[in-house]
Design a protein around this ligand. Structure first.
Ligand code: FES
Ligand code: FES
Length: 89
């Protein structure tokens, strides 16, 4: 059982995921609990956190935040350099 408050995200990783996304709708995991990072797998249901909708219009490379504390979420803004990883419960 995690000691993390239900409104505070876990640090899934201290590195972003860089990948190429095709046009479409994606749901970025904001809670840090998904097993399918950086995307939501429904694990947030035990928290007060909701995933963030990401709409991609044209195929492009993105760096998605895995520390879950970016100021520009869902994108990495470098904040992960100040984070420490938190083990999954
Ligand atoms: Fe993290 Fe859905 S699993 S927001
Ligand atoms: Fe979160 Fe870079 S991975 S700010």
């Amino acid at each position: 059982m995690s000691e993390t408050p239900s409104d505070k995200p876990l640090v899934a990783s201290c590195e972003p995921t860089v990948l190429t996304l095709e046009p479409g709708i994606y749901w970025w995991c904001a809670c840090g609990r998904s097993k399918e990072q950086p995307f939501c797998d429904g694990s947030h249901e035990i928290t007060d956190i909701k995933p963030v909708k990401l709409r991609i219009a044209d195929t492009r490379e993105v760096a998605l935040c895995n520390c879950k504390h970016s100021g520009g979420r869902p994108y990495c803004d470098g904040t992960h350099h100040t984070m420490k990883p938190v083990s999954s419960p």
